[in-house]
Every structure is written in C-alpha cells, then in structure tokens.
Design a protein around this ligand. Structure first.
Ligand SMILES: Nc1ncnc2c1ncn2[C@@H]1O[C@H](COP(=O)(O)OP(=O)(O)OP(=O)(O)O)[C@@H](O)[C@H]1O
Length: 671
C-alpha cells in the first residue's frame, strides 16, 4: 500500500514498513464506521445533547493519530526545510479579513427548498442529482461501476437522499452530464442557477423546487471586547496570520527571500450543509505554509531532489473538455512542459506527494487536479489540489496555490507598511517606471469616501497592470478593481500615468507567495479508509494498517497468563520502552491473546510483544507484526532494540527478521 518512494529523498529515518501478506478485501464502510466509533477515534461533538452538524470531538486514538500526523508534518516540512513556525491568533480583526477579501468574497452559493426551507450548497446539490441520474442510467444499461466505488457511492447518495432510479438517458444527455460534472467547481452562482433550471434539479427528498442560488459568507462573526465596537471573525484559514507578520519574518530571515513560514492551527468555516463526516466540518485543523519567493526567480534550490517524484495529474485543459483522464508524470517533466507553472510550485507538489505516501495514503487513490479559470482566485498564477479518493469520492485535501503578490500587496496598501524586500544592486541601474498622478480635487469629488482606497490600489499595482490601465486611459476610460471586489471607472481627467526614468541602487519587490494548505481532518479520515481491511477468516474483525510513523500506539505488550511474575515482566518491559520513547500499551486484562491482538489491530498498533514462561526461564519474548501476524523471538533487550529501530523506520520487518529468530509458536492460535 505504501510505496518506498517516500523514503527515497528523505534518508533512512523515513523508511517505511512494507505491508506483508495483507489479505485482499472489499471495503465496507459500515464496519469501518463501527470500528471508529467503538475505538473512539472521533465522535459528534455534544452528542449527549443531540450534536451539531459539522462539529466533531477526537477521542484518545484519533487525537494520538492526529498528533502523529502533525508531528510527521512538522518534521517533513518545518524541520527538514528550516521553515519559520508561527502560532497566530484565531480571533482575527475584521479589517484584516476585509483587506484580504474574505469579508466580501469568502462565500458559497446556497439554495433553499421553496416549500420546507431545507438548505443545500448549490454546487453539491447539482452534483449529487446529476451523479444520481448517471448512476440510474448505468443501472438501466446494465453497467457496473468498480465495486468499491459503487457501494460507497450508494451510501453517499442515500445520505443526500438521492434515490437511484434505473432510467436510461439519451447519449448526448449522458455526455452533457459528464462534462458538467467534470467542471462542477468552475460554475459561478448564476450559472448554477441556470443549470438548476435547465436540468430541473429539485430537492431529492421532497421533489420540491429550489430557490435561485444566493451567496452565504462562511465566516463566524464575533465582537472583541465588551463595547462591541471592535469586530472580529474566527479565522477561516491561518494564512492571514502569516501575512500580517511578514515584516518581522523577513527581518528574522535577515531580509532575504526565499523563505517560508508555517503554522498549524484551527480554522473555522460556517459550512452551509456539512454532511460528509470529518471531510466537511465547521472547525478543523489546518497546516499551512507560505513560501515567499522573488517573482522574477521561482526556481527552487532543492528542486533536483523531487524532480523524479511521480504525480498523477488532472490538468485544467482536460477538465474543460469535460473529461477526468489523468496523466502520470514526474515533477520535472510537469514543470519543463509548463503544465505546472514554476519550479517552486512543482517542488511543493513533489514534497506533498512524498508526505502523503509516507503517512500511508494510497498513491493510486491520490491525484493533483489543477484549478480551472473560474475556480481560481483572480490573482492566483496557478493552483493544484491534492485530491484523495475515499467513499465520498475525490476530495480536496491539500491546496497548492501560487497566490502571486496579492496578499502582501493589499495588506501593505491598506496599512501603509512596506511589505517588500529590498535587494542591494551590484551596479546602480536606470529603470523605466510608470508614475501615477492624481488630480486631487476632481478625484476626491468623483469618488468621495472611496477615493483613498482607489488611490492606494492604483499605487500598489505592478508595472504591467499599470501599463494596461494607461493604454485604456489613452482611449478615454479605464477601471480599477479594489480589494472589496468593486470596480471604479477612471478617466484621464482624474488620473495621469506617465513613464519616468529613475536610477536605482536597490531593487525593491513584493514577494510572490506559494501556499500549500493542508486540511488535517480530511487527510486523517482518508488515511483511515485507505488503511482499513478485514481478515479473511473474520470480516467483522478490522485491521488498520497504519504505518508506525503515525500509529497511535506503536507496541502492545501482553502476557499469555495472569501469573504474577509474568504480569510484573510486562510492566518492566513497558517501562523500558517508555524510557526510549516508544509509545507502548500494556494489556493485562484476562482476555485471550487473540482478543488482545484483535483489539490492537483495530487501533492500528503495528507491533506486539508477548511475555510467556520462556521469558522467566530463558529471558525471551516474541514480537508480532500486525498485518502478516508473523512472529519473531529474541532476548528482551534485543527485541526492544528491534522495536525501536522498526518504529523509527530504520529497518523494516525483513530487517527485523535478520536480527531475531523466526517463531512459530501457538500464541496466535485464538485469532
Ligand atoms: N469545511 C472543511 N472541513 C474540513 N477541511 C476543510 C474544510 N474546508 C477546507 N478544508 C481543508 O482546508 C484545505 C485548504 O482550504 P481551501 O480554502 O483551499 O479549501 P476549499 O477550496 O474551500 O475546500 P472545498 O472546496 O472542499 O470547500 C482544503 O484542502 C481542505 O483540506
């Protein structure tokens, strides 16, 4: 399940255990859900009060799994790449989010059942109904999807109350529906409204019509302090906390780019209809990197390390043709062929592929989908989502965007703080610039309270944008788009843009920002699905094949009998393991060995040590590997050392087998 490519660039400490002799199985979501509830990975928040959609609590196993994913993330990015870590506030001043555009633009389109008022996210409703019709068409034609997808899709439809009716569609309608689905993220609100009318999309549960799409801002609003005069929002992403600290970060980095800041923390989005478990929640952990780079040089010093990493790409051109065919390509080729815009973006795509493989995401169920034109923010140069396939379909788990200079520019213009990099030039140089002059009186009269914002926007524009405005003004009129999304018409009487030549000793520029943004809950849930299987002899007995790097507990320690001497031994072994940092768990209950192992297979515990009477007589214990149930035997301290090496990823099970004897005793007989 886990490819060794994850280890290839990262040294021996990141070696990954091969999954040995895993029995082929069919994925069954019902038994996985039961396991996750029984072993308290996560549960609806406030469940005893009836719960609230989109809010979940993580239990001991889920919390440990999340902590280990985050630990792997910190090592893979922050430590390995020397990033500057931040921990900024969740409560965010409204002005910051006004400037970034979130107050005006961070919204989804929703529709209402016109009779019972049920709310849907417009694109999700269109998608679910059209998928349901295509499914019905397949049934009518006697075609079957792949078993995994079919079973899970059925459940997904059931959740959205979409009944699958076997009705054959015309071929051209099937083609139109498939094309519509391939571009579902590309539609604006009014376009979704048109689709709803054109395809007669209704509430699947009631068959009632739905309203026109309206925008709904996803941020939770609040007040800071008792007067209620300072408005704030719970942050919808951690990114703005990085940007407002840019000047300090730059100074910390001795005024030089490239460098990156990184932050792990909670974000909040008041999702319209959270119906997909951990995949769409209202409070979630994000891990975000903002990599600041010279706009004229987006090469990456460590690009060679990832150039051979293979990605599964779904470029925007393919999607606009209404298709979802993917191409396997190395990062190096994708950048060389300009499919991915630049080296730095390609570098992070490669590193992210390696990270997801390392923690156990199945590479064959992972793809990089490029954003289409409407989907991408107007300022973004290129954007790719790592999508992971689960029973909920293909879901974005990591967004990798080149945000250009947008964020730093708007904050700089608004606060008048220079969020720019200054580079001393070896030789002074003459530079052609465009100088913007305003007729203060006429400008003020024309735009009144908006005049300052328009002025600041114009002064903050890069040369090529100013040149376009200058060309348009030569024809009598142009327009300026401010951070709030509003456009203002300007004329040559109000603004003059003239070329000037200046001598520069310093080069000054606003860095561009490449942002990989991880949703940890989505990754965690996808990982649980990808790791889950059941043993052939007992389908109800699940196993989570989590790699030991993320497994909540690394080693189970048990005894075959309740004998006092043996019980003392397991606690002694546990103490030794704790001392060298191995997260182990003693199970000294009276359950059979088989039951104890089964419980820990469900928790994803990769190794188990068993103490028996030979431990007292000969000082030996056995070591069991979760997936294969193979066992080895050796002296206590040797086994502990092997477990330590296994857990650190320095050796795999084969390596362990060369250090200890094979064991074929009867301890697992009850399994
Ligand atoms: N409601 C949510 N619940 C859980 N994770 C989320 C949620 N919204 C976003 N994320 C995670 O945060 C990451 C970055 O957020 P981003 O703004 O790019 O997502 P998005 O494009 O709004 O997601 P979507 O289109 O699915 O709503 C996503 O890749 C995802 O993993």
């Amino acid at each position: 399940m886990v490819s060794q490519s994850a280890a290839s660039t990262s040294g021996p400490s990141e070696l990954i255990q091969p999954i040995i002799n895993k029995t082929a199985h069919e994925f069954d979501k019902t038994t996985l859900d039961a396991l996750l509830a029984r072993r308290f990975f996560f549960a609806p928040a406030f469940e005893i009060y009836g719960g609230v959609a989109g809010l979940y609590d993580y239990g001991p196993t889920g919390s440990a799994l999340q902590a280990n994913i985050l630990d792997a993330w910190r090592k893979h990015y922050i430590i390995e790449e020397d990033m500057l870590e931040l921990d900024t506030t969740i409560m965010t001043l409204s002005e910051v989010l006004k400037t970034s555009g979130h107050v005006d633009k961070f919204a989804d389109w929703m529709v209402k059942d016109v009779q019972n008022g049920e709310i849907f996210r417009a694109d999700h409703l269109v998608e679910a109904v059209i998928e349901g019709r295509l499914k019905g068409d397949k049934e009518a034609r006697g075609l079957k999807d792949e078993p995994v997808v079919e079973e899970d899709e059925k459940k997904k439809k059931k959740k959205k109350n979409v009944k699958i009716t076997a009705i054959k569609l015309e071929d051209d309608i099937v083609a139109e529906y498939e094309s519509l689905l391939a571009q579902i993220d590309n539609y604006t609100g009014p376009q979704l409204g048109e689709l709803i009318r054109k395809h007669n999309i209704r509430n699947p549960a009631t068959n009632n019509e739905v309203s026109e799409p309206v925008e709904f801002n996803l941020m939770f609003e609040s007040n800071i302090g008792p007067t209620g005069q300072i408005k704030g929002y719970l942050r919808p992403e951690t990114a703005q906390g990085h940007f407002v600290n840019f000047a300090r970060l730059l100074e910390f980095n001795n005024g030089k780019v490239p460098f990156a800041s990184a932050q792990i923390g909670k974000s909040f989005r008041n999702e319209i209809a959270p119906r997909q478990g951990l995949l769409r929640v209202r409070e979630f952990t994000m891990a975000e990197i903002e990599h600041y780079v010279d706009p004229l040089d987006k090469q990456h010093a460590r690009f060679a390390e990832v150039k051979d990493v293979k990605l599964t790409l779904l470029p925007k051109d393919i999607q606009s043709e209404g298709k979802t065919d993917t191409t396997q390509m190395t990062v190096g080729d994708a950048v060389a062929q300009k499919i991915v815009d630049n080296e730095t973006l390609g570098y992070f795509l490669g590193r992210t592929q390696l990270f997801l493989e390392k923690i156990g995401i199945d590479p064959s169920r992972m793809r990089c989908r490029q954003h289409m034109a409407n989907e991408m923010a107007h300022y973004a140069a290129d954007c790719w989502d790592f999508e992971i396939q689960s029973s909920y379909g293909w879901i974005e788990c990591v967004g990798c965007a080149d945000r250009s200079a947008y964020d730093l520019t708007v904050h700089s213009v608004r606060t008048k703080q220079p969020l720019r990099v200054q580079q001393k030039l070896d030789q002074p140089r003459k530079v052609e610039k465009l100088d913007v002059q305003f007729d203060a009186k006429k400008f003020g009269m024309a735009f009144k309270k908006d005049a300052t914002a328009i002025k600041e926007t114009l002064l903050g524009l890069e040369k090529d944008k100013l040149q376009c405005i200058k060309d348009e003004l030569a024809n009598g009129k142009s327009s300026v788009k401010c951070a709030d999304g509003k456009s203002y018409d300007i004329t040559p009487e109000l603004v003059k843009i003239e070329p000037i030549t200046v001598t520069e000793h310093m080069r000054e520029f606003t860095p561009n920002v490449i942002e990989p943004s991880f949703g940890i809950g989505r990754i965690l849930y996808s990982l649980l699905e990808h790791s889950y299987w059941a043993r052939e002899q007992d389908k109800a007995r699940g196993v989570l094949s989590l790699p030991s790097v993320v497994a909540p507990i690394k080693c189970l320690i048990v005894t075959i009998s309740q004998d006092a001497e043996l019980r003392a031994k397991i606690h002694e072994i546990s103490r030794k393991m704790r001392r060298i940092g191995i997260a182990s768990r003693v199970d000294d209950s009276s359950a059979s060995i088989g039951k104890k192992y089964a419980r820990n297979d469900e928790l994803g515990t990769p190794f188990g040590c068993t103490v028996d009477f030979a431990t007292i007589q000969k000082g030996t214990i056995t070591l069991r590997e979760r997936d294969s149930t193979n066992q080895l035997i050796g002296q206590v301290d040797d086994v502990i050392e092997v477990v330590s090496q296994l857990v650190q990823g320095n050796i795999d099970w084969q390596g362990a087998s060369s250090k200890l004897e094979a064991y074929s005793g009867v301890q697992d007989v009850e399994e």
